[in-house]
Design a protein around this ligand. Sequence first.
Ligand code: NAG
Ligand code: NAG
Ligand code: NAG
Ligand code: NAG
Ligand code: NAG
Length: 297
Amino acid sequence: MAWLTIIVCLSLFVSSDGVLDDLPNLYGVAANLGCNQFLKLIEDAGMADNLNGTGPMTVFAPTNKAILSLPPDVLARLSSDKDLLKAVLSYHFTTDVFNSTTYVNEMLIPSEQGANIRINAYPQPQPIVITASGAQIIVKNIQAKNGILQVISKVMFPLPNGTIFELVTNDLHLSTLFLTIVKANLGWALSSPPLTLLAPSDDAFSKLPAGTLTTLLNDIPKLKDLLLFHVIGGSYYSAGFVNNTSVTALNKGTLNIQISSGNIFVNDAMVTTADVSVTNGVVHYIDKVLIPPSFYH
Ligand SMILES: *[C@@H]1O[C@H](CO)[C@@H](O)[C@H](O)[C@H]1NC(C)=O
Ligand SMILES: *[C@@H]1O[C@H](CO)[C@@H](O)[C@H](O)[C@H]1NC(C)=O
Ligand SMILES: *[C@@H]1O[C@H](CO)[C@@H](O)[C@H](O)[C@H]1NC(C)=O
Ligand SMILES: *[C@@H]1O[C@H](CO)[C@@H](O)[C@H](O)[C@H]1NC(C)=O
Ligand SMILES: *[C@@H]1O[C@H](CO)[C@@H](O)[C@H](O)[C@H]1NC(C)=O
């Protein structure tokens, strides 16, 4: 912990000219914080010079655990495809100087990769949770000579590169959802920012009682109501979900959040894939279609 004392001590003098020069650059700061896996990827991508550049810049460094817990196929792809690795790592760099104390919820910061990094702040659970494209910032605002380092809980992925509606359009497992959205003419609504979509897969739709889908497709107001029960205003990454709380969907219905053994449940549906970033928000895949309570009356 000695280095922490040194950094904290030095930061007291950051405002006086010259002392910033005594700080390590971002490479050194990341090394001091023990971000070895991140630095290893940086070295593999030949990007060490970027971390040692003159800056100023902000770098979001995933923890060792975040990198080591990536699925093996993702790690394998990153180590065999240098361009992909560079793109993913460049998404963690920005020439913006981002100090989390001056966050603005839903703020977009252009990354070096090109795609924006979305900043969110969730007032609950206390203390406030700040995320960068869904990855929680767990060590905040470490000053380096050439910028600021933020340590994050997950690797951020810039892809896919489209709106919620484009994601639904292109995902073959969401073909029923796509059909219903087109039928209800809600494509435009799902292209405006920022929103969260709880996306029932084709499997989820197949669990509906026989005839339900046909009935819905013939009753557009009801279909719209059902679809808007799957949409939340604002970007709710999983870091913003709090156990035993509720959120209001765009149809004004209530969605109850339960977290159990690391799984997130929204009403009786389970989130199967969380935190898929899109240009106008975030998508979580769910295993059941959410039925608005009014349907039972
Ligand atoms: C970057 O700077 C660190 C010291 O902060 C140094 O150890 C490392 O060799 C430098 N790497 C490059 C590629 O300049
Ligand atoms: C995604 O969009 C960004 C910014 O418009 C662009 O730089 C990048 O090349 C795009 N990536 C893909 C895979 O289309
Ligand atoms: C971030 O902003 C706060 C409040 O303005 C300031 O006290 C702190 O020194 C800043 N940190 C860095 C690393 O710039
Ligand atoms: C869950 O939330 C409800 C409603 O806010 C509250 O009445 C209940 O006590 C909570 N349960 C637990 C275990 O915190
Ligand atoms: C979530 O809240 C429920 C009450 O609604 C409680 O029984 C459960 O233990 C809580 N789970 C966690 C992970 O805290």
